[in-house]
Structures are given as C-alpha cells and as structure tokens.
Design a protein around this ligand. Sequence first.
Ligand code: AMP
Length: 170
Amino acid sequence: MHLEDYIRNIPDFPKPGIQFKDITPLLRDPEALAHTYRAIANQYDESEVDLVLGAESRGFLFGVGVALLLGKGFVPIRKPGKLPAATHKQSYELEYGTDSLEIHQDAIRPGQRVLLVDDLLATGGTAQAAIELVKKCDGIIVGCAFVIELSALQGRQALSPYPVHSLIKY
Ligand code: AMP
C-alpha cells in the first residue's frame, strides 16, 4: 500500500510558506488507517514497551491505535489547562508558533518504557517537549514513531540519540 496516496498537500496553510500535510484522507480510509497502525506497531516488540504516549491532538489519532495493537495503555499529552489532575508542564516551539504541553504527574511510573507516537515530525520541537515530560515522570523513552517525516527540517537529528521511525519521508 502506498500511504503517500492518502496524504494531501495543502500549500500555504495555516500561513504562507507552509506545505501542510493533511492526514484526513488517510483517516477516512479504513484499510489505510489499519495499515498505518500495523506498520508502526510492527517496528516494536511488545516486550520493550510499557506505554504509548501521544500529544494532542493528532498524536491521539495514531497513538491509541498503535497502543491497542501492542497491547499497551495510552498516555495523553495535552495543551495547558485540559488535564484535571496535577501536571508537569513543558514549553516548545512549533514550525509555526510556540506552545506548551502537559502530562499528568502520575501518568508514567518511574522506569516505565514509553513509545512516543505522532502524526508528523517537522523540527522535532513537539517530540522534544514530550520527551522532557517523560523525563519529568522518570520514564524512559524507547523510541519515537511518526507517520510522516519532513526530512529537511532535521527533526530526527534534534531527537538524537532517541531512535526515530517514520513511514513516509518528504
Ligand atoms: P514539530 O514540533 O516542528 O516537529 O512539529 C510537529 C507537529 O506540528 C506535528 O504534530 C504536526 O501535527 C504539526 N505540523 C508541523 N508541520 C506540519 C506540516 N507541514 N503539516 C502538517 N502538520 C504539521
């Protein structure tokens, strides 16, 4: 299956110069979606992962599916003010702006091994913030998996030494 066929490029969204990779065609096709979950989950041995982590909001769409296939639980990372219990907070830079993310302080037990899943790796700022949140919980990042990688933005290098896996590279 050519997953690229299910990614739509939208020029100049949300601002001029950004080539936005729209995953909604992939989401609405059940075979492409199931293939995406399986292709990510197949990269990992279920014995090496305790939890799957995904950041609001597109990280949820892929993280939960991968977590189910690996037989693991899912931990959401959310925008500030959304999580109801005590949180750790981390600021980060986007390809287009800055923001913060939060995690429940008790979401990861010390020493638990965490797989980060997101839709797209651009500069790596979002994933770096997620990694910092895992560290604040004393968790261990075992890998970062993305559906799409924008190679020119060198997010993979920014996430070094953590292993990065992506299904589609532009
Ligand atoms: P970054 O933190 O720079 O790696 O950006 C990653 C996050 O921003 C991903 O979770 C995407 O949802 C979003 N994003 C960044 N650039 C794009 C793009 N060109 N097309 C679609 N989403 C993007």
